[in-house]
Structure formats: C-alpha cells, structure tokens
Design a protein around this ligand. Structure first.
Ligand code: MG
Length: 300
C-alpha cells in the first residue's frame, strides 16, 4: 500500500517551543554585551530583509542573522566597552551553545499533552509522520530530541533541507511527500493553512486558544478581536458540538479567522495586504481542531 503522510508544524502545534521565550532573549543579551544597541530590532529587521529578498533559507538561519547583525554594527560604530569581557564572536551554533537552557525550558514547557498519544495512534494506523517547520532542521531536531518525540517522525523538513519556507508550497513537494499527504496540521493560517491549501492538501488549523478553557487563561483569544457581525451569538458550547469540518464556516462568519490573520501578520511586522476572507480564501482551513485527537476524524 502506498505510504500516506500526516505532516505537522512544530511551534504552536506540537509544543510551545522555546524560540521566543529563551532563544531570542539569549541572542539579545549576547549582542547587547557585544555593543549592539537594539539587538531585537536589528535581528527582526535582518530577518525581514532576507524574507523580502526571497531568501527563505537565510531568513530563518538565526545563527547567521545574529552574526550578520554583529558584523554590521562593527562597520558603523566601534563596540562599546562591555562591563565584563566577552569574546568578540558569538557562541555558535546557537543550538549547541544553548543546549542547557533549551533542556530546562523544554522540561518546563514540554510537548503538548495531547500530542504523543495521537502520534502513536497514527503510526499504528500505518501513517508516516513528518515535521514541516520554518526552523532550520539542526535546531528543530534537537528540540524534538529533548521533547522525547524524535523517534515518532520519519522526516523533518526545514528551509535548509527543503530550500523554501511556508507559505511557499515547496515543502509539500518534497520527493517522499508529493501527492501522498493526507493532512497537514498547523497553528498559523498565513503559513500552514495557506501553504497546504495552495498545494491542494487538506489543512487542519489547531486553535487551542479557542477551546473553552483556554481563552480566559492566556489573553490570546481571537474572539476578542473578532465578532464583526455574522453569528455573534456563538458560545463555547457551539464549538464543542460542531465537527472540526463544520467549524471554519462559523469561524469565518464570526470574524475570528480574519482576526487571526491580522494578528499573525502583525506579529510578523507586516501590513495586511490580504482582503477580507471568504470561503474560497487559502487562509480558511478545511477543519479547525481544538485538541490534537480531533485530527483522527479527518483521516481515512
Ligand atoms: Mg507554528
């Protein structure tokens, strides 16, 4: 029988990964100690510059971005004398230099509790599993090892071994995957869902923030920013009783999907050039899941 694949994004889908929580602050401190005035802005600007230049591989190569930021400030101004002596270059690769910090962070923020049982179930049913991430593979592989789940995946793709990043459809065209993906699962409408839909693949948006218990806790409920008409009377229980494939229509009518797209683009520092979503928009998922085991109903 032909291999069928289920593909997953990593950050926000399998786990709340450490990048924003510990890697960015660590890079910020490393660069600040070496005289860079506004490291976070400089890192973000260099990332955006590379994305806009169409270089998906370099845009997510954070070791190289940090080195470029450090190199660039050296061209314009001599580094301020640090309070404590630090080596002039950055400790690299990041993933090795930070291994201890990553390990502690993952101990505190492990794989989401609903993920491992579903991966085991899918493997038992004969699916091959892949991670399709915009993080480089060496870094993501280490995270998956520390999360104890590396053995569940047959393939890990990032910009460095795929040559492209989501929302480009390139990862879905990888030789092992092309034409064989039953489902892609991800937490970003403008990356995961958009890329999968463009590639003609069933896309599930994992929206844990919409689950009844989550919204009040994390202050990150897209429902706060939605509600632009439509079925504004929805309650949490509506979500619980709808099938995953029935939820996108309600989320679209409620303005929640539009709010999420705006939120995602703002987080990336981009202006919204996508118009109001309609049912045919690539950012509208085929299904919305509130917990991982709901993907099982979407598979043959
Ligand atoms: Mg993600």
């Amino acid at each position: 029988m032909e291999t069928r694949w289920v593909t997953f994004d990593l950050d926000g889908t399998l786990a709340d990964s450490p990048f924003a929580r510990v890697v960015m602050p660590w890079l910020h401190d490393c660069l600040l100690q070496r005289g860079v005035a506004s490291p976070r802005d400089a890192l973000r600007q260099e990332h955006t510059r590379r994305l806009e230049a169409g270089d998906d591989v370099a845009a997510y190569h954070w070791d190289d971005i940090a080195s470029a930021v450090l190199g660039a400030q050296g061209e314009f101004a001599p580094p301020a004398p640090p309070a404590l002596p630090v080596p002039p270059t950055l400790p690299m690769p990041i993933v090795e230099a930070m291994r201890g910090e990553l390990k502690s962070d993952i101990a505190a923020f492990p794989l989401y509790a609903d993920v491992a049982p579903v991966l085991a179930d899918l493997r038992e049913r004969g699916f091959s599993l892949a991670v399709l991430s915009n993080g480089h593979v060496g870094y993501q592989r280490t995270l998956l090892e520390l999360m104890g789940v590396i053995g569940s995946f047959d393939l890990i793709l990032g910009p460095d071994n795929a040559g492209s990043a989501k929302p480009d459809v390139g990862m879905f065209a990888h030789g092992l995957l092309a034409g064989r993906i039953a489902l892609h699962v991800g937490d970003l409408l403008t990356q995961d869902v958009q890329a999968a839909r463009l590639a003609g693949i069933q896309a599930a948006w994992v929206a844990r923030q919409l689950a009844p218990a989550a919204g009040q806790q994390d202050g990150n409920d897209v429902r706060d920013a939605g509600g632009t008409g439509g079925t504004g009377e929805n309650t949490d229980s509506d979500w619980l009783h709808l099938a995953p494939c029935e939820r996108p229509r309600m989320a679209l009518a409620s303005g929640w999907l539009d709010a999420q797209v705006t939120r995602e683009l703002a987080a990336l520092g981009r202006a919204r050039t996508i118009g109001p979503l309609d049912e045919a928009a690539d950012q509208v998922p085929d299904a919305i899941i509130l917990q991982m085991d709901e993907i099982l109903s979407l598979l043959p």
